[in-house]
Design a protein around this ligand. Sequence first.
Ligand code: NAP
Length: 287
Amino acid sequence: MTETARLMVGTHLAAEMVANAAERAKKLQDETGVQPCLATVLVGDDPASATYVRMKQNRSKKAGIGSLSVVLPAETTTEELVAELGKLSADPAVHGILLQHPVPGHIDERAAFEAIDPGKDVDGVTMHAFAAMAFGEPGFVSCTPGGILRLLQAYDVPLEGAHAVVIGRSPILGKPAGMLLLASNATVTYTHSKTRDLAGIVRTADIVVAAVGRANFVRGDWLKPGAVVIDAGYNEGNVGDVHYEEATQVASLITPVPGGVGPMTIALLLEQTVDAAEAQTARIPRR
Ligand code: NAP
């Protein structure tokens, strides 16, 4: 069998975005003495979450963005986490806040997210960010969906009038991904665990966004020939939500895992941290 799909690689585009963010961070620091700073908050000792946080801190450092690391024990209560996020929200030296999720099950994650000042919500997780995005108002977008849109735009994928099927409806990924596609004039179908005839619906898609969290879930024979496939999944062993070998026989464009959506997510996080630092610094009265 021959592979037909072209790869939609996120690595190069992400590197360009990070280089641009680094340049802006340096300019801000040179002109005002302010170094953009991203605070990361990790609750508990889940090794995968710790790795993600470390990765984000390392990338920040490379881009000249400072990072403040807050690590809280797994027993942290909602109130304690909310208080910590409130403190960071009020700290003028912190410009962006990332609460690594999922947080331990006993914590009210929504309450924690809402404790983040919307002006520092560079991961786009608050209701304010979601509403702004849904209304087409300026604001920080959720990083993975925002990264997906940038990737589609960079590869000149026609969105207007295209049928986009989003598999998954989580508040940080599936739902905002669909809203951003809708804002780009795609016709969007959301699917989820209660959807009937998922494969049949996916077969009608010009663009498929897989955000399920199940390895190799979307099969090649679910795809319309020539479909554009965005695999946002990241499962154990670097495996996406789409069966890559099968999908490449049918799709016209497909994101690899890793190296597709993942790098775009971090790039957008850094870009939005610099946006936040610039906006907050502009509000400081100059002498
Ligand atoms: P999530 O919160 O667990 O949501 C999963 C979604 O998939 C839910 O909406 C669920 O439907 C749906 N689903 C589950 N089983 C299904 C089935 N059998 N048929 C159809 N839909 C089904 O996960 P998430 O946070 O959105 O993450 C999804 C994936 O993206 C994971 O692999 C995660 O690791 C990855 N991810 C990657 C990045 C990145 O930077 N690349 C960032 C975030 C997440 P219900 O709503 O009905 O339960």
